[in-house]
Design a protein around this ligand. Structure first.
Ligand code: ZN
Length: 159
């Protein structure tokens, strides 16, 4: 039971972080919100991230959005950038799943060298995955509560 709860939350969280958000496919969460918040915080603290949301171009990947002040933002990744290669691997036909695998392979160093195409020009972007800050974790929690539990972010949690 516990494993199932966790996997639902993990799915919801990775949905928020990695994949494009589709309005007609909102994640629904049946875990109590307080429990959810606790699990998300526990899961994200100390975990490294890139701060980029990708979309599949079919084929290929491009940047949908970047988290303000996150590693991708500071490395100058911009919405619309198309990923041509990551860490020496071509990503011209890659899916988000392929990209996740590259991230897993780069877990040790947390470093990524990305060749992007922007306005027809190739650019090399070097970045490093970094731990989430408290502010970012707060934001992800608020986003999850709003989207999956219909709880408004500014409302203080009820005991
Ligand atoms: Zn939840």
């Amino acid at each position: 039971m516990r494993t199932r709860t966790l996997s639902v939350v993990i799915a919801a969280v990775s949905f928020l972080i990695v994949t494009a958000h589709a309005d007609d496919k909102k994640p629904k969460c049946t875990t109590p919100p307080a429990e959810c918040e606790r699990i998300i915080r526990q899961m994200l603290s100390g975990r490294r991230y890139l701060g980029v949301q990708l979309q599949e171009l079919n084929p290929g990947l491009s940047v949908k959005s970047v988290v303000e002040e996150g590693p991708a933002d500071r490395a100058n990744l911009r919405p619309g950038d198309r990923f041509m290669a990551v860490n020496g691997k071509s990503t011209k036909d890659a899916t988000i799943q392929d990209f996740k695998k590259i991230l897993t392979d780069a877990k040790e160093t947390g470093r990524l060298w990305i060749i992007v195409q922007r306005d027809g020009i190739l650019k090399k972007i070097e970045l490093r995955m970094e731990p989430y800050t408290k502010a970012q974790i707060d934001k992800i929690v608020a986003q999850h509560l709003a989207e999956a539990h219909a709880i408004v972010a500014s409302a203080p949690p009820q005991p």
